[in-house]
Design a binder for this molecule. Sequence first.
Ligand code: AMP
Ligand code: MN
Ligand code: MN
Ligand code: MN
Length: 311
Amino acid sequence: MLTSAEQVRSWQRADLHCHSHVSDGVLDPHTLAQRAHANGVELWALTDHDELSGLAQARQAATACGLPFLSGVEISVTWGSRTIHVVGLGIDENNRVLQEGLASVRDGRVTRARQMADKFEALGYPGVFEGALAFASNPALISRTHFARHLVQSGHFKTMQAVFDRFLKDNGPAFVPTQWACLESALHWIKSAQGVAVIAHPGRYGFSDLQFEALFSAFKDLGGSAIEVNTGSHQPWQFKTYAEVAKHHGFLASCGSDFHGPNESRCDLGQVPALAGDLTPVWHSADLQSQLHHAITATQTITTQSIANQQ
Ligand code: AMP
Ligand code: MN
Ligand code: MN
Ligand code: MN
């Protein structure tokens, strides 16, 4: 049998970015775990926006099907007056600094949603707050995604992308700017909870080279160590671009589908291509080895128990 260190090194198919219905995903954490396992994922993380409440169920369900699990979160951050996302992997979800920090990020969402709904009403779409809220299993996490989902289901638009392009994109007619966490705080919370910080989908931000240099250097100075390279939120041609960026800056590389729901997301769980062989995967990070060892041991304990129960 492989040691846990050997298993970690053998993994090719990790999915370290996706969403459940505790943020803006459609499925519950249990269903996601089973879907990840069925799709051949070897290491899985749930990374809901600014929210940890799905992690216990995700871990339990993943472990029960023999799938090693890392806890995760995707933190909304304002950097240089723009929104970026920072993923924390292997975080201790019981850490108070992280919990309180995320609570402060969630705080303004309902007020912002009402303001977005006012804008929609002025644009000729009444009742959108209630409509969006009906899609938010966790009202504290009401997001632009729920608005888009409502406007598609109510027949106003064919796709969620069309709603974003027409109304909800940054600085679009229904967009309401928000002050999320600052980069320093997000990194402080992740590090306090013994996690590894990853810049999510850098290809989505539209920064200039100079802005990227400033972001990467600030992120490194604060203890950040990885960027997403292969993600469902990148166009496939960007995988190469960000592989070069990771190598150039000495970042570990992460990968994940950014799956939100069936028929919605470009990439299903486990279907993002494996990282190129000349990158160092984030799960090789020394800072994640004890969490990974625990995750592997937990799946083996479950398997041993179920064999014993069958005898
Ligand atoms: P919020 O946190 O409320 O600003 O919503 C951000 C979420 O909206 C992201 O996590 C994505 O799931 C979704 N999103 C953002 N931009 C787009 C876009 N252009 N097309 C589709 N979904 C998007
Ligand atoms: Mn999302
Ligand atoms: Mn994101
Ligand atoms: Mn995401």
